[in-house]
Design a binder for this molecule. Structure first.
Ligand code: NAD
Ligand code: UDP
Length: 305
């Protein structure tokens, strides 16, 4: 077995650059499906930083090579273009299964593959978003069947609304829509009366939760989300304050099966994983805005600021 240095650089510094043998850990080979996507690529960053050997399997449906390009020279990193609906044989210690057409504008057009690729969260059975909800539910059932039937070690996360750099710009989710609209000087599109609530989690908090879940002893399911609750009108106000106080709001009809409230109860994750989110919306949003500004306007706009 090869050995890797355990832990964060600050840990290595604290022990004078030398890590006692007993504290070293074996290099894990970790597969991240959907690793070129938003959440997956941030997870990959943390795994690589930890010294793991990382394989990404992604069909680039919504993901981008650019999200992981900074690891391509690393011999401990590889990307395989592959659709997870098809079988693939890989020897790995851990699998984070994140591949899934996750954005509302995309998954409505790929309902079939959606139901097969999901693996992590139910509302209405025949609504436009049901392929997503039912896919997640089926995946939980299958995951537990594999656990019981094949004695496979499994973990289940129920991920709540997450935002941050590298989100798909035009994926139709509310945070990415509002941020892109405010930057492009377009009106912020509030669906319905804007009084429905969501809880927004910064991506680094989610990644920490996923890793704690994987390394811990509990199967779950665990809710991973930030319990701070905002109406869409309140979110629009935070976006205005962060980007452009002059940004206008335009009301649009809402989808029929839109949940009025989504707020995670994270008490189990707090108690059993010792995890809770740390980054509030007003701190996380500017980090996402910097990334969106670069991607929408390019470096030229950046240098003029
Ligand atoms: P994303 O679209 O950025 O990432 C998904 C990745 O999976 C993309 O890189 C895409 O190319 C890849 N992919 C899709 N179908 C595939 C297939 N058949 N084979 C191989 N690769 C495939 O979305 P994300 O926000 O990073 O979501 C990651 C996971 O987290 C998904 O399972 C999603 O349902 C779940 N999730 C995300 C949120 C959120 O707010 N971001 C909320 C709840 C659940
Ligand atoms: N929403 C909105 N304007 C937009 C996009 C979404 O007001 O441009 C609303 C949407 O109707 C929902 C909430 O924002 O009530 C969150 O939508 P999203 O698709 O981001 O997440 P989900 O509904 O899956 O929780």
């Amino acid at each position: 077995n090869r050995l890797a240095v355990a832990g964060h650089p600050s840990f290595r510094e604290s022990v004078g650059g030398k890590v006692p043998l007993g504290l070293r850990r074996r290099v894990l080979r970790v597969l991240v499906t959907g690793g070129a996507g938003f959440v997956g690529s941030h997870l990959v960053d943390r795994l690589v930083e930890r010294g793991d050997s990382v394989i990404v399997v992604d069909n680039f449906f919504t993901g981008r090579k650019g999200n992981v390009a900074h690891h391509l020279q690393n011999p401990r990193f590889e990307v395989i273009r592959h659709d997870v609906v098809e079988p693939i044989l890989l020897e790995v210690d851990q699998i984070y299964h994140l591949a899934c057409p996750a954005s509302p504008v995309h998954y409505k057009f790929h309902f079939f593959s959606k139901s097969f690729t999901n693996a992590n969260t139910s509302v209405l059975l025949i609504g436009v978003r049901s392929c997503y909800d039912e896919g997640k539910r089926t995946a939980e059932t299958l995951t537990m069947d594999y656990h019981r039937g094949a004695n496979l070690e499994v973990r289940i996360a129920r991920i709540f609304n997450t935002y941050g750099p590298r989100m798909c710009i035009d994926d139709g989710r509310v945070v990415s829509n509002f941020v892109a609209q405010a930057l492009r000087k377009e009106p912020l599109t509030v669906y319905g009366d804007g009084k429905q609530t969501r809880s927004f989690q910064y991506v680094s908090d989610l990644v920490e939760g996923l890793m704690k879940l994987m390394e811990g002893e509990h199967i779950g399911p665990f809710n991973l989300g930030n319990p701070g609750e905002f109406t869409m009108l309140e979110l629009a106000k935070v976006v205005q304050d962060t980007i452009d106080p002059e940004a206008r709001i335009e009301f649009r009809p809402n989808t029929a099966d839109d949940p009025h409230k989504r707020k995670p109860d994270i008490s189990r994750a707090k108690e059993l994983l010792g995890w809770e989110p740390k980054v509030p919306l007003h701190e996380g949003l500017p980090l996402m805005v910097t990334d969106f500004r670069k991607r929408i306007f390019g470096d030229q706009e950046e240098s003029t600021e």
